[in-house]
Design a protein around this ligand. Structure first.
Ligand code: CP3
Length: 343
C-alpha cells in the first residue's frame, strides 16, 4: 500500500491507507498529567480564554502519542460566546448563567449575530491557526461543534442532564418551536464551523453526545434533517464526521445518511463494527477498556482493526470520550497496537 502523506484525510475521503489513522475524543484532557499540571494553575474558563494555552493543550497528546490528528482544545459550549449566551464551568461542567426553561430566548439563536460577534471566537480561532502552523502537513487539525439536538439540550436544560426530560417534553409539546430552534441552531453551527475551516481546520466533527435518549424514528424525523443540512453545507469545504452516542440504536437511519452524504460515522461501543463495511467509520472501542489492563486493551484494539481490515475509510477512535480515570499504560497499548498493525 502506498504511504499516505496524510492518512487521516485519506481515510475521511474513503480511501485505504498504509495503516489505520488514530486520534481519540477528549484526547486533550484530564487523563494527561501534563494537562493536570496546567489545570492546577488555571481554571478551565481561563484555559479556554488563552490561545497559547489552548494551543499547548491541543499539542500535548500529539507529542506524547504521535497521533494522526489534533482536536482543538475548546468546548461544545464555546459557540455560545458568539450568541451572547453566558455560561461557565465553575461547577465542573457547563452551566448557562441566564436560563429560563419555559421561554428559551429564541432571538439569540441568530447566525447573523454570531457572525457579527466573530471576534469573540478569538482565542479559539487563533489556536486553530497556531496548531495548524505548528504541525507538519501529515497531521490533521479537527474542528468541532455540538450537533443541534445536543446544544439545544443545554439551552433547554441549562446544564448536563442525565435524562434530557425537559428537552424531550419540549420537543413533543412545542413541535413547531422545537423545529424552528433546531433550524436556527443549525444555521449558527454552519457559520461557526466555516470560521473554523477558514482558520485551518481540515475536518470537523459534530458531537451528538446525548443522541442515545432518542428513538431511531425521532432521530430520523426531528434531528437528522438539521444535521444533514449542516453536513451538506460544510462538506464542500471540509469532510465531516458525525459522532452519535446512540449510533448503535440509530444505525438503520444513520447508515443511509452516511452513504448519501459521505460523512464518516463515529460509533459508540454497542455495535459490531464488522457490520458497517459499506460506510466510512470511526470509533467503537469502549472507553472503559482504558481503565482496565493493557493486555485487554491490545485484544480489543486488535479485534476492531481485524474487523475493518482491508476495508477503506477507517479511523481508529473510542466509542465516547476518554475518561479522566484512563490509565496511561492502556492508552499507550491502544496507540501502539494501531500504529503497528498493517492491514
Ligand atoms: O480533547 C478534546 O476532545 C478537545 C476538547 C473538548 C472538550 N470538550 C474539552 C473539555 C471537546 C471536543 C469537548 C466536547 C464536549 N464538551 C462534549 C462532547 C464530547 C463528549 O464527550 O460527548 C460535551 C458533552 C461537552 C460538555 C462538557 N464539557 C462537559 C459535560 C464537561 C464536564 C465533564 C467532563 O466530561 O469533563 C466539560 C468540561 C471539559 N471539556 C473538560 C475538557 C478538557 C474538563 C475541564 C476540566 O479540566 O475540568
Amino acid at each position: 500500500m502506498e504511504k499516505h502523506s496524510n492518512r487521516f484525510d485519506a481515510a475521511l475521503r474513503g480511501e485505504k491507507t498504509d495503516r489505520t489513522p488514530i486520534w481519540f475524543m477528549r484526547q486533550a484532557g484530564r487523563y494527561l498529567p501534563e494537562y493536570r499540571e496546567v489545570r492546577k494553575k488555571l481554571s478551565f474558563d481561563e484555559m479556554l480564554a488563552d490561545a497559547d494555552v489552548a494551543t499547548e493543550i491541543t499539542l500535548q497528546p500529539i507529542r506524547r502519542f504521535d497521533l494522526d490528528a489534533a482536536v482543538i482544545f475548546a468546548d461544545i459550549m464555546t459557540i455560545l460566546n458568539g450568541l451572547e449566551i453566558p455560561f461557565n464551568f465553575a461547577s465542573g461542567g457547563p452551566a448557562l448563567e441566564f436560563h429560563s426553561s419555559d421561554e428559551p430566548d429564541r432571538s439569540k439563536l441568530d447566525a447573523k449575530r454570531l457572525l457579527a460577534n466573530r471576534n469573540k471566537f478569538e482565542p479559539f480561532l487563533k489556536a486553530i491557526r497556531q496548531v495548524r502552523s505548528a504541525l507538519p502537513q501529515e497531521k490533521s487539525v479537527i474542528g468541532f461543534a455540538a450537533s443541534p439536538f445536543t446544544l439545544l439540550s443545554y439551552l433547554l436544560e441549562g446544564t448536563t442532564s442525565k435524562t434530557h426530560n425537559k428537552t424531550r417534553a419540549y420537543m413533543l409539546t412545542h413541535a413547531a418551536e422545537f423545529h424552528s430552534m433546531m433550524s436556527a441552531v443549525a444555521d449558527c453551527t454552519i457559520e461557526y464551523l466555516k470560521l473554523q475551516v477558514d482558520s485551518g481546520a481540515s475536518a470537523v466533527q459534530l458531537f451528538e453526545s446525548w443522541g442515545d435518549v432518542l428513538s431511531p424514528e425521532t432521530y430520523e424525523m426531528k434531528i437528522l434533517p438539521h444535521v444533514e443540512r449542516i453536513v451538506n453545507a460544510i462538506s464542500p469545504h471540509a469532510p465531516v464526521i458525525l459522532y452519535d452516542k446512540g449510533a448503535s440504536l440509530h444505525i438503520d437511519v444513520l447508515r443511509p445518511f452516511a452513504r448519501r452524504t459521505n460523512a464518516m460515522l463515529s460509533v459508540d461501543w454497542r455495535i459490531n463494527i464488522a457490520s458497517l463495511s459499506d460506510i466510512r467509520v470511526q470509533g467503537n472501542l469502549d472507553p472503559a477498556a482504558l481503565e482496565g489492563s493493557a493486555e485487554s486493551v491490545r485484544l480489543e484494539t486488535s479485534r476492531i482493526l481485524h474487523a475493518r481490515s482491508g476495508i477503506a475509510g477507517h479511523v481508529f477512535n473510542l466509542g465516547h470520550g476518554i475518561t479522566p480515570q484512563a490509565n496511561l499504560a492502556c492508552v499507550e497499548a491502544m496507540v501502539e497496537t494501531v500504529q503497528n498493525f498493517r492491514t
